[in-house]
Design a protein around this ligand. Structure first.
Ligand code: F6R
Length: 614
């Protein structure tokens, strides 16, 4: 949440910072602001609302040329999203500007202390205390770096901070605890940002910052220390995607682009996973075979869409490995005192790698000596760094706030993990694993086939644009798909949408069915025990009560066809692969319906891409 940019170098800082904010706007869009240091003074501009408002304000009152600047796009926590509460925040003398992502938990005590000693704080934010605490240190003679080190030592909670000073325009200083901050390494220029997307147009060389570190950038140097001022070595890495991946490439929404990228994203997630003998190999897996053989329980933790990917994966992991697998919301996990030990493998799924609830859950698991494996899409992010092992999803940057390719690639990565465990533990024969991997590698083609036949789903979304409520039913792996379909619709179209396990229908939810209510039903492939027929019976039951049935079923399923008001045909794939094709029409439906209602699909109200506060 909140996007932060800092820059020092040869280019005009304002342009670089605003351009960076534009690429980070998915992180928060309640307000935006910038500050540049020039002519011995700080110059700021900030506006509530989307960045377009800040752009307009900058057109009306341009800021002077400068080689250093900071910027912020906000997802409000403390203080409503007004111009006054927008970042940057300044000290009493207006010589220091600070932007912040996170929550400073002890801000009330710090604010009271500052006010007692005569500081005048003008906003309702927790952030502003930092500007004044820096002022205290600087007026005692510290430079901005030392001041930041001293101030961070006093803060509780989660924070990324980036500050600039009118008195030293040659440097910008950042700090992080439990919130993301990466360094972009350029030629004659350096960058700080919440996410590499902010500087990918300028450099693909980056540096990870660890927990509780302070970084100082100048045009030619980067120095990293801990909060006590001791120098630390920071790891450098090369970003394996480029500017085109962070742009819309002709699509109107990032989300639509990301939906259509899914065949490529799934293919890339599967790429390079097979050894010379056709066996599965996971290069990033830092756990030994012996450690994997010791595991007697798997707990998947995640939030939102990633949690639903975990629910899908449970079916495959238990089936292939015969190891019990629980799936739990990260936000609930550590508060129920879960039973964990060395033999528990905790799998943390996170597209961003920065979700605070998931991060806190893995820390709890590691304290209990459990092994933690991250499934993540973001190189250099905190969750994989703090895990014992990682499988990267290689989906490329996901910028639309609603996760799409993130979900599909998370399912695929979980399947790779399940197969790898089965291979190491010998619960599947090699040829069975090869058969499943072959099926998985056909999935990009199957997903493409679904994408190529979406026109009727577009028409349906337009037709249902004014509907007030939509239900989703599924069974087995279709159940989490139903939950995901409902979540997509809620977050994008702002209408009531609920997913249910089809078998639960008669235990309550059927009371919601009345004449005309659209109900999506994900029908299991035929031959899947008797589940197919049971779901067909459910369809008849809701139809008898007036529901408008929209049925996702195998393309040649003539048993269910008579009961479908609208049939969305799916390619014939194995049961465990069905979520990879069945989710796609639900994503498309939500995207189209929200568009038809005139909503901003990429930036739905009240949401932000990575939830870096609890
Ligand atoms: C929904 C969505 C969220 C995220 C959730 C976890 O479309 O995007 O529910 O899935 O906030 O985010 P990550 O995967 O970054 O941990």
């Amino acid at each position: 949440m909140c996007g932060i940019v800092g820059y020092v170098g040869e280019q005009q800082a304002l342009g670089v910072v605003v351009d960076g904010l534009r690429r980070l706007e998915y992180r928060g869009y309640d307000s935006g602001g910038v500050a540049v240091a020039a002519d011995g003074a700080l110059h700021t501009q900030k506006r509530s609302g989307k960045l377009a408002n800040l752009d307009k304000a900058l057109d009306e009152r341009p800021l002077p040329a400068s080689s250093a600047g900071v910027g912020h796009t906000r997802w409000a926590t403390h203080g409503s999203p007004t111009d006054r509460n927008a970042h940057p925040h300044l000290d009493c003398r207006q010589r220091l500007a600070v932007v912040h992502n996170g929550i400073i938990e002890n801000f009330a005590a710090l604010r009271a202390e500052l006010e007692r000693s005569g500081h005048d704080l003008v906003s309702d934010t927790d952030t502003e205390v930092v500007a004044h605490l820096l002022e205290v240190e600087v007026t005692r003679g510290a430079d901005l770096t030392r001041a930041m080190q001293a101030v961070c030592g006093r803060l509780e909670g989660a924070f990324t901070l980036v500050a600039t000073s009118a008195d030293d325009p040659s440097r910008v200083v950042g700090a992080r605890r439990n919130s993301p901050l990466v360094v972009g390494l350029g030629e004659g220029e350096n960058f700080l940002a919440s996410d590499v997307a902010a500087f990918i147009a300028h450099t693909r060389e980056a540096m990870e910052l660890g927990q509780d570190q302070v970084v100082t950038i100048t045009a030619d140097a980067v120095e990293v220390t801990d909060f006590a001022g001791n120098p630390v070595d920071a790891a450098r890495y090369h970003v394996d995607w480029d500017l085109s991946a962070a742009e819309k490439g002709g699509y109107d929404w990032f989300m639509r682009k990301e939906i259509y990228e899914q065949p490529r994203a799934v293919a890339d997630t599967l790429l390079g996973r097979r050894g010379a003998e056709g066996e599965l190999q996971l290069d990033e897996m830092r756990l030994s075979d012996e450690e994997l053989r010791e595991i007697d329980k798997i707990i998947v933790i995640a939030c939102g869409t990633a949690f639903y990917a975990g629910l899908v994966a449970k079916y495959a992991i238990e089936h292939w490995t015969r190891v019990p697998c629980e799936v739990e919301l990260a936000s609930e996990f550590r508060y129920r005192d879960p039973i964990l030990d060395k033999a528990t493998l905790v799998v943390a799924i996170s597209q961003s790698g920065e979700t605070m609830d998931t991060l806190m859950a893995i820390r709890h698991a590691r304290r209990q000596r459990s092994r933690v494996l991250a499934i993540c899409n973001t190189n250099g992010s905190t969750i994989p760094r703090e895990s014992d092992a990682v499988i990267y999803t290689h989906a490329g940057p996901e910028i639309g706030v609603a996760s799409t390719k993130g979900f599909l690639t998370q399912v695929v990565a979980c399947y790779l993990l399940g197969l790898y465990l089965a291979q190491v533990r010998g619960t599947k024969y090699g040829d069975e694993i090869t058969w499943i991997l072959d099926k998985l590698s056909q999935m990009p083609t199957e997903i493409q086939q679904v994408l190529d036949s979406m026109e009727p789903v577009h028409a349906l979304a337009r037709d249902l644009a004014q509907t007030q409520s939509v239900l989703f039913l599924g069974r087995h792996t279709g159940y989490p798909v139903a939950l995901e379909g409902a979540l997509k619709l809620k977050e994008l179209a702002y209408i009531h949408a609920e997913g249910f396990a089809a078998g639960e229908l008669k235990h309550g939810p059927i009371a919601l069915v009345e004449k005309g209510v659209p109900v999506f039903v994900i029908v299991p492939p035929r031959g899947r025990d008797s589940l197919h027929d049971k779901v067909v019976s459910n369809i008849q039951e809701i139809r008898a009560r007036g529901a408008r049935t929209i049925v996702l079923a195998e393309e040649d399923d003539d048993v269910v066809a008579p009961y479908a008001d609208q049939l969305v045909p799916l390619p014939k794939v194995p049961t465990l692969m069905q979520p990879l094709v069945a989710t796609v029409p639900l994503q498309v439906f939500a995207c189209e319906l929200a568009t038809a209602r005139g909503h901003d699909v990429d930036q739905p109200r009240n949401l932000a891409k990575s939830v870096t506060v609890e």
